[in-house]
Design a protein around this ligand. Structure first.
Ligand code: NAD
Length: 505
């Protein structure tokens, strides 16, 4: 469990099993830094210069990750020794890296999130109207994205000539951790509402679990308003009326897409930072990439990484420094001192490079913005997240099996005749679907069918289904020339079906 509190300038860090009393002006926090690729080194130098000038008590241990490491033959983009450094220091500030195209290189970001259990991706998106162009002048929302599971588990298979699949894995601990994080974040930062986005009208098991856990946890926070939107209309509403939202929590893939949309409509993806938080470690970064075409020209905007660094300073309890940097940054934006990406004739007063922008922020340290709302992190960061405790196991009954078959025919009735040969006195074929839609019995001729068929077998009468029945089915499929490509067991958990019906069933 990670708990950070700031009480009367005494900061208490509690990393897992130990607790130390710290004074912010005397204690150095060791952090890992990777300067990355493309514009990475420039924006990292600018960011570190600003936060050190503001009094950040950090001791930097630098590691090399990204393009050079990939091209040296390490497909993960990071050496084992660098993992050791990241795990030892627990706090990682990372500039964007370039993932070389092709060659099977794995995204270092995704690997880092999963290896280190960084389950929560937090991305504040705030408009800086009238100083940065936006159609949404009063937007100020935070997207809390689940960061480890969903379709990002990356478990994909080709199963037939025509069909590939990606497994969408959603777990109760994954949902509980991220939803609780969203409510705790809202509580800590004085936010009024947490909204959940899912598509549980269609994905009743996976998104259904996320929504159900949201409802369960929401009741523990009566002081915070809660609501749920189906993702499609919710996303449309967010793009149109972002001021209607405060904190939005959602599963991984939706969060990936919508956090970029939110950052862009707030003003620019170049202005947003993000925190990736786990129980032990945390990683902070800009949301944009390494912009290789802008590299080495002192042009890039360091604001995204600076925002990541501010999230880091809050996380390590140096909230006074975080506040000072954020207010100076807001004042600099307000002064119209802008890098090329947000520069606008008539609004901006000076077009500056990366270093000059950093120097302008440093010159504003100690000042507050006048039009934009100054931040106040003085209430201190107290994020108390209990460890997940596993619930007692449910009563699990096997009630059938889906046998997936690769078959090149087009008539479901013809396939049913072949598959019925697998029926026994105890187990029988009850349904065939193609891409989820029921095609037997009583399918429609109009339904388009691929070569990927799901054949559902259920026990007959009072038969209690066992794994033996499944083995017998597979053996029979094999001897009858039926190409079984996989099975999915059908269970009831405490009497409730743990599987979906066929569409049209
Ligand atoms: P990108 O975000 O790097 O750049 C897109 C465009 O946005 C750039 O051409 C530039 O005009 C602008 N831009 C981005 N950041 C800027 C900044 N700080 N200041 C000014 N302008 C900025 O996206 P891309 O071109 O699709 O990707 C380039 C590389 O970055 C790829 O190798 C990609 O894999 C990698 N990438 C890394 C991360 C990361 O490390 N977190 C994230 C996204 C992409």
């Amino acid at each position: 469990m990670l708990s950070i509190s700031n009480i009367n300038k005494n900061i208490c860090f509690r990393f897992s099993r130990f607790a130390v009393q710290l004074k912010p002006d005397t204690i150095m926090k060791k952090i890992t830094v990777a300067k990355g690729d493309g514009i990475g080194p420039e924006i990292m130098d600018a960011t570190l210069k600003v936060i050190k000038a503001a009094g950040a008590q950090i001791d930097i241990e630098e590691i090399e990750v990204g393009e050079k490491v990939y091209l040296a033959g390490n497909t993960a983009g990071i050496a084992k020794e660098s993992w050791d450094v990241i795990r030892k220091n627990k706090v990682f500030l990372k500039a964007p890296i370039t993932t070389p195209q092709g060659g099977g290189y794995k995204s270092l970001n995704v690997t880092t999130r999963k290896f280190l259990g960084l389950y929560s991706n937090v991305r504040p998106c705030m408009s800086l109207h009238p100083f940065v162009s936006t159609k949404h002048p009063v937007m100020d929302l935070v997207i809390v994205r689940e960061n480890e599971e969903d379709l990002y588990a990356g478990i994909e298979h080709q199963q037939t000539d025509e069909v590939v699949q990606c497994l969408k894995l959603i777990s109760r601990p994954g949902c509980e951790k991220i939803v609780r994080y969203a409510f705790e974040y809202a509580k800590q930062y004085g936010r009024k509402k947490v909204t959940c986005f899912t598509k549980d009208n269609i994905m009743k098991q996976t998104d259904g679990l996320f929504h159900q856990v949201f409802n369960e946890i929401a009741v523990e926070y009566p002081e915070i308003e809660n609501e749920h939107w189906i993702i499609d209309i919710g996303a449309a509403k967010m793009a149109d009326t972002p001021e209607a939202f405060d904190v939005i929590v959602m599963p991984n893939l939706y969060g990936d897409v919508l956090s970029d949309v939110a950052a862009q409509i707030a003003g620019s993806v170049g202005l947003a930072g993000s925190a990736n938080i786990g129980e032990e470690c945390a990683m902070f970064e800009a949301i944009h990439g390494s912009a290789p075409r802008r590299a080495g020209q002192n042009m890039a905007n360091p604001s995204g990484l600076l925002q990541g660094a501010i999230l880091m300073l809050n996380h390590i309890g140096q909230t006074d420094v975080a506040e000072k940097v954020q207010n100076a940054w807001l004042k600099t934006i307000e002064d119209g001192i802008h890098t090329y990406d947000v520069y606008k004739e008539g609004v901006s007063t000076q077009k500056v490079g990366t270093q000059e922008f950093a120097d302008a922020v440093i010159a504003n340290l100690g000042q507050k913005p006048k039009t934009l709302k100054p931040v106040n992190y003085a209430n201190g960061a107290t994020l108390n997240l209990p460890k997940y405790t596993r619930k007692p196991a449910a009563k699990k009954d096997l009630v059938g099996v889906d046998l997936f078959v690769h078959w090149n025919g087009t008539s479901a009735d013809e396939l049913a005749e072949k598959v019925k040969l697998l029926n026994t006195a105890e187990v029988e074929l009850t349904m065939i679907t193609n891409r989820g839609i029921k095609v037997w019995p009583e399918g429609f001729e109009e339904t388009f069918c691929t070569d990927h068929w799901r054949c559902r077998f259920k026990p007959i009468g009072e038969t209690v289904m066992t794994k033996e029945h499944i083995i017998t089915l597979l053996q029979a499929a094999n001897s009858n020339g039926i190409d079984a490509i996989k099975t999915e067991n059908l269970y009831h958990f405490d009497g409730k079906p743990g599987f979906s019906l066929g569409q049209g069933q």
